[in-house]
Design a binder for this molecule. Structure first.
Ligand SMILES: [Zn+2]
Ligand SMILES: [Zn+2]
Length: 359
């Protein structure tokens, strides 16, 4: 019996992760113990490592003040083998390798959103790898087998990022609404990182006909084309807005913004036509400004979207099983490279996604 395991923990905000030995957790109640096999490195881990989110004129959202206790293992894109279960989880799929839905709420009987399967909208959210230990350790506890998603037969590296980057953009794209689009109308995806590339691949699989990828990095946009983007736009161009209108024939009906900075927001609300929908999932920060009369005059919808429910993740995996979702580039590194990978992500050196592995 193994008594300890290694975890790459955030010990101090703004500092590199540190390897620490921890006692092996024992699952209680409905909990299951997962041996982590894959762990995706997501951009939001960088914000958590830094310890704050930039709220523009409102200041900063400070993770420490919000009650985050260190040391903690980050990592919320987790895939692993179920190795043990608490006494109230007799049907846990012991021995199976499954994808973990990390966006878990309070699970209390009096919580309307948790009880209706919308744990990701819970105000007392207890997301794995965000407010408690996650996949940058060799083992992780999951509250209940219902948060495990069957991925049998799928590529482990490819499927791991769907738990965050995939389900996040899938839900944002649902809010844009493919069924309300005409074939000649376009959507734009701001950012061509892990989220942006998945947004393009998933949008195409969902039936969006025309997608323009917007970024500042030519290499990433080249990858966007191989994911199915119909056009690319360098947002650092002085005439980026004119160019966006030209590319889309002034038929831009939806934007999924995986960056979420004033530049991408401005480009989006200026570029959208009447009935346009601007959905923000990126957390880079700053303030959002637009002329208020545009909301009624252009019938604009401006909204955010935060990750997704476990059901959304199951829907996405079903879509992946159709074979229609192109695979984004996924690099594999050992779990011990978690901290260096965060550094590379911060430096913009990662094309697609890096998934840490223990195999
Ligand atoms: Zn994430
Ligand atoms: Zn709740």
């Amino acid at each position: 019996m193994i008594n300890t395991y290694t975890s790459y923990d955030l010990v101090e905000f703004g500092k590199p992760l540190e390897a620490r030995e921890r006692p092996m957790p024992v699952p209680r109640g409905t909990e299951v113990l997962v041996r982590v096999r894959r762990s995706g490195v997501c951009h939001s881990d960088l914000h958590i490592q830094e310890g704050f989110f930039d709220l523009g004129e409102e200041g900063k959202l400070d993770m420490g003040e919000r009650g985050m206790k260190l040391p903690q293992a980050l990592g919320h894109e987790i895939l692993g083998e179920i190795i043990a279960a608490g006494p109230e989880a007799p049907d846990a799929p012991i021995g199976q390798t499954m994808l973990v839905h990390p966006w878990i709420g309070c699970m209390q009987d009096d919580c309307l959103v948790c009880m209706s399967g919308r744990e990701n909208d819970c105000t007392r959210m207890r997301a794995i790898g965000v407010v408690r230990d996650g996949g940058y350790g060799e083992y992780v506890i999951v509250d209940h087998p219902k948060f495990l998603v069957d991925i049998e037969g799928l590529d482990l590296d490819i499927v791991t990022p769907y738990a965050c980057s995939g389900v996040t953009v899938y839900c944002a794209l649902k809010k844009v609404g493919v069924e309300e689009m005409n074939p000649g109308e376009w959507i734009a995806v701001m950012g061509a990182g892990g989220l942006g590339l998945n947004a393009i691949a998933i949008a195409k699989a969902m039936g969006f006909k025309k997608v323009v990828s917007c970024d500042v990095d030519p290499n990433k946009m080249q990858t966007a084309i191989s994911m199915g983007a119909d056009a690319i736009l360098d947002t650092s161009r002085e005439d980026a807005l004119d160019e966006l209108r030209k590319i889309t024939g002034n038929q831009l009906l939806g934007v999924v913004d995986t960056v979420g900075i004033p530049v991408t927001a401005r480009l989006s609300v200026h570029g959208l036509i009447k009935m346009g929908r601007y959905v923000v999932v990126g957390l880079h920060g700053g303030d959002f400004k637009m002329p208020l009369p545009w909301l009624p005059q252009k019938s604009l919808t401006v909204r955010g979207s935060y990750v997704g429910s476990c059901n959304d993740l199951r829907e996405l995996i079903a879509l992946v099983r159709t074979g229609k979702v192109k695979e984004i580039p996924v690099g594999s590194r050992p779990l011990s490279a978690a901290s260096d990978t965060l550094d590379d992500l911060k430096a913009g050196k990662i094309n697609g996604r890096v998934v840490l592995t223990t195999d």
